[in-house]
Design a protein around this ligand. Sequence first.
Ligand code: NAD
Length: 251
Amino acid sequence: MGILDDRVVIITGGARGMGAAHARHFVAEGAQVVIGDVLDDAGEALVDELGKNASYVHHDVTDEAAWETIVREATAQFGRLDGLVNNAGVLVFQPMAEMDLAGFRRILDINLTGSWLGIRAVAPVLSAGGGGSIVNVSSINGMAGAAGLTAYTASKFAVRGLTKAAAQELGAAGVRVNSIHPGGIATPMTQGPGDRSDTDSSSFFARVPIARWGQPEEVSPLAAFLLSDQSAYCTGSEFVVDGGVLSGVPF
Ligand SMILES: NC(=O)c1ccc[n+]([C@@H]2O[C@H](COP(=O)([O-])OP(=O)(O)OC[C@H]3O[C@@H](n4cnc5c(N)ncnc54)[C@H](O)[C@@H]3O)[C@@H](O)[C@H]2O)c1
């Protein structure tokens, strides 16, 4: 018995990082998962690992038509749809003076507009199936800003606001909507050669109560809780998993 037995969940950006950890955890908790991403090789490899309870769809969250495809795939493959994790995201460390408008818009488009499109696409299907749960992946940067992260911070604050407005709008339809706010989690986003901070992580963690990177697997149980009936009275709320980063001021 798992807390997600017989639930069908779409996870965007699920081919690697936290999304992949969520897919593994949800399947272990009894779910069937539809993984969307633009990284097809990684997505297919994950489905090979997870077996019959997982399916991969090439899915760019900014593409309105692609949302119809992934919802159709979920219901065709597994017969129903119960949840969505709006996990796909990009992070770029860049001072405003160096960021052009196209770069700013790209981050908003993926992190914010992609989540809005997702909520709009799945809500009627969740409702028709008797209700459901949507988890939007914001960040500690949905609660506090950081230099070099104006676009990312704006997008993650907006995801937090989107969550609350959607919860208000969809409550009567039986759809719950919550946001999660991870801190520094060790994934390709933060450890890879590309979009990484030039901040020394040891000085960042020096004043954090749990002074280390979080692991993706330490976030997945929170997402599963929010998708499950265990959180039946939670909607429009924000759930922080950050090792205590936001609990104090850096004196
Ligand atoms: N790692 C952290 O410290 C951290 C902290 C707080 C929040 N987050 C958020 O968690 C989520 C997952 O991040 P992660 O750390 O696992 O990073 P990651 O880079 O490992 O994974 C992000 C995934 O999103 C996919 N993606 C990017 N653009 C896409 C698009 N247009 N359509 C579909 N998929 C797309 C990528 O291909 C990748 O598989 C993101 O929303 C991120 O902003 C991460």
